[in-house]
Ligand binder design. Sequence first.
Ligand code: ACM
Length: 525
Amino acid sequence: MKKLFATIILSFCSIITFAQDYAYEWRGIMIDVSRHFLPIEYLYKEIDAMEHFGLNRLHLHLTDAAGWRLEIKSRPRLTSVGAWRTEWNWKTWWNGDRGYSDAEHGKGGFYTQEEMKQLVDYASKHGVEIIPEIEFPAHSEEVIAAYPEVGFNHAELDMQKSTTYSLMRDVLTEVANIFPSKYLHLGGDEAATQRELQPEGMRLVKQIVDSLGRKMIVWDEALTDEPSDSDMVIMVWRNPDTAKKAAALGHDVILCPGRYCYLDKAQDAPMYEPEGAGGYLPIDSIFMMPNPQVGSHLLGVQANIWTEHVPTPQHLEYMLWPRAFAIAEIGRLGLTSDRNLRYFRKKALKATEYLHNTLSINAFQLKNERGQRPQQKYKSYSFSINYNTSPHPAYQGVGSTTLLNHKTGGWSNNDGSWQGFIGRQGMDVTLDLGKQKDITQVSADFMQSVAPDIFFPYTIIISTSEDGTTFHPILTHSHAEIYAARNEDYALLTWPIAVRTRYVRLQALPGPKQGWVFCSEIFIK
Ligand code: ACM
């Protein structure tokens, strides 16, 4: 009796301990194995690391245009065609023929069912559940290359054809047989056509998922205003506010907003980092991710590594770690907790040592982190600004003071310190000094990040005016050299002039690649 009592107390304690150990039941990472196929041994390594840090969900993005990565016996062409493309490097392929090939001539690969079952089993023994993602209806070029009859166009499955749902049923039946997970992920993101049909399409695939006894997860585009399918879990990757709407409609939510959870951004000064998708996401920002206030509907948090720009396993490990450790820590502490950044960083340094020394994972060396871009200091007259071209609504910085608040930009183009201009006229502003002044130079701070099409201005034109109406060009300068030099770069550019004037017009024009011009500050003296 005494023994029984002790056992009850012990199990009760272990339940309490479990509850206290982790704030969330979902502490995940997503790996995109489609854009660049990842040999399975690296997934074993990730599982070892996940177990060590308390991460418990491995979401595999198994299908996309770039390759179908799982054997499906009833639909063999998904891999015999869809797993093999004409180029190994995604960027070369995507900017090239986007063609498919075969096992003999193509680049890529797939996991056999037997291999995947073994991985699932290993993961399960190490406290990690693997969740497969099968994209529907978009991101499906490889499916359509294999089975053209299900295509609405080259990229999206036809949501009005019964053959589409037969294929989905065949695929999901085999998928459910390989993965015992409670959840199956059915994509739903970034559909460009048949938008009005998507809610019904998602409902039909959900019926298949329901019939297999599983719950469906979808990306947040598949959220509708209807609360009817509220047992569908919403994975929020765009605006974190979507999480609130989803929770209000009764959905559970997994948070992986791009701004805090997309590990394809650089984790340190971008010009010294390996290639990524553009942007800057240091480990501290992930750890300090704000709480979107969705209460008990928050299932958990996840970091996603998309691999368009990540062609090797070593590069993948570098992008993942130690940043995924920040997700593990949030998953343990919760977003409502007081997060102690200094203590976290100490732990993250130790985690990095462990990743290198014990797991031989090529983690970013946190101890060598350079950190945020320093402020570029410059003297300036004060002036007011008039926009001849407007910054894009998504990139307004802090509004009309952005370019004259004496704050130069950080590494990230969307940190509120930059304004982004798109179009042939680039950035075109008129600066009013209030009265005539002797000026000797104009300077402005720009950035270049080629993956998201942000380029240094190619041509600068400075004009002056006495009356603010009639302008005379006094300087035209080409920046073709720095424009061509580096994929990631930042520069406070200076143009010497010697003139007495009240109005200065600064035009920063895009080059042959068009794209964005991003400016954080203008100085005149
Ligand atoms: C996504 O990033 N398209 C989910």
